[in-house]
Design a protein around this ligand. Structure first.
Ligand code: PAF
Length: 283
């Protein structure tokens, strides 16, 4: 039986646990999460374990990154299952602050980033999102002072934003993105997939299929605008309302018009029922 991870819920407890982890000068990796862990998160933990001596997973459903109309209240919370998964994975420490610990009374600071955070993708549809993400990730980095941090490529813009922030603020952490883990039918794993009705779950892999088809056409030399329009149409016909289906530069997230502007990443966000899904692939 693997040893259960230490669990810290207060800043003094976190500091004591970190002192213990670093006692033998071990390097430390952080995997920030909002819980409701799935195999994608476990793959981040495995990557972190290959890179660092000790691995911390934070579990904090961050109210600051949800708009009042979004799903903060109903976001899946699966603490027991999460601890079981992290125990099986051999994680060293779980950092699980409550909202008052993360945002004490009078908290009045926000980290606001430009560059990839204003690329006109997620920021166009969730204007509050990146301010909330960068503020909490900035805090998680200063609280745990990791050498490495791992984020899933599924939230591709978030990965770019956090990477930029860590560099710009000299936070001394190397941010690494990890390949999206998919269900057998291609749907990207996400904590929000549990919201999908059985019918919508059956439809959802069309996002990945449409991106793969568009990427194939681009590689064959097809016009980019046509490939994007057809990709969005395929998803719409399947029953999604499309927020965006776009080709962007894979590093800067700037718009591109041909593969010559590349490396190119295709990014999609679309809603079905009450669920909004995002996904992306490289071309
Ligand atoms: O991707 C997530 O789960 C969250 O946005 C993160 C990075 C843990 C910040 O709350």
């Amino acid at each position: 039986m693997p040893r259960p991870p230490m669990i810290a819920r207060t800043l003094p407890a976190l500091r004591r646990a970190l002192d213990g982890l670093r006692a033998r000068k071990a390097t430390v990796a952080l995997v920030p999460t909002m819980g409701a862990l799935h195999d994608g998160h476990v793959s981040l933990v495995r990557l972190a374990q290959r890179r660092a001596g000790k691995v911390i997973v934070s579990i904090f459903v961050n109210p600051a990154q949800f708009a009042p109309t979004e799903d903060f209240g109903s976001y899946p919370r699966t603490w027991k299952g999460d601890v079981a998964k992290l125990t099986a994975a051999g994680v060293d420490l779980i950092w699980n602050p409550d909202v008052k610990t993360m945002y004490p009374d009078g908290f009045a600071t926000q980290i606001l980033t430009g560059g990839p955070a204003t690329a006109g993708l997620e920021d166009r549809f969730r204007p509050q999102f990146f301010g909330g993400v960068t503020t909490v990730v900035g805090k998680l980095f200063t609280q745990t002072r990791p050498d490495f941090a791992f984020f899933g490529e599924k939230d591709f813009q978030q990965l770019k934003v956090v990477t930029r922030m860590a560099r710009d603020l000299d936070l001394g952490v190397k941010v690494t993105g990890a390949t999206t883990v998919r269900e057998r039918d291609g749907l990207a794993m996400s904590s929000r997939n549990v919201y999908l009705s059985p019918e919508d779950r059956a439809t959802a892999p069309v996002l990945y299929r449409a991106m793969k088809e568009a990427a194939k056409r681009l590689r064959a030399g097809d016009d980019m605008t046509a490939a994007m329009t057809d990709g969005a149409a395929l998803i719409t016909v399947a029953g999604f309302a499309v927020d965006y289906f776009e080709a962007r530069h894979a590093e800067s997230l700037a718009p591109v018009t041909s593969l010559k502007d590349g490396p190119v990443r295709l990014l999609v966000a679309a809603r079905i029922g009450n669920t909004r899904l995002i996904d992306n692939i490289g071309v």
